[in-house]
Design a protein around this ligand. Sequence first.
Ligand code: SF4
Ligand code: SF4
Length: 86
Amino acid sequence: MALLITADCINCDACEPQCPNEAIHPGEDVFVIDGEKCTECVGYFEKSQCVLVCPADCIILDPERRETRERLRDKFELLSQSAVSP
Ligand code: SF4
Ligand code: SF4
């Protein structure tokens, strides 16, 4: 699953620089995660880096985006390819 930032976010910006997929950005009210880019850190880290640093515990699994670990790995491979393409 991709992750989701809830309304409890305090906009501290601790998570954004930690994301290996550059999936986190400031939103209108709170920070947001691009579900197309979030791999739950699969391919880079064992644990979701954003969750580890968030002081507000407001990053949760997005129930609308159920993805198996295999699917997350595929997403990681696709993102890696597009990162090296011109
Ligand atoms: S779980 Fe990993 S890939 Fe997903 S938003 Fe958090 S830091 Fe980025
Ligand atoms: S670390 Fe948590 S509280 Fe801080 S901006 Fe990210 S989601 Fe919001």
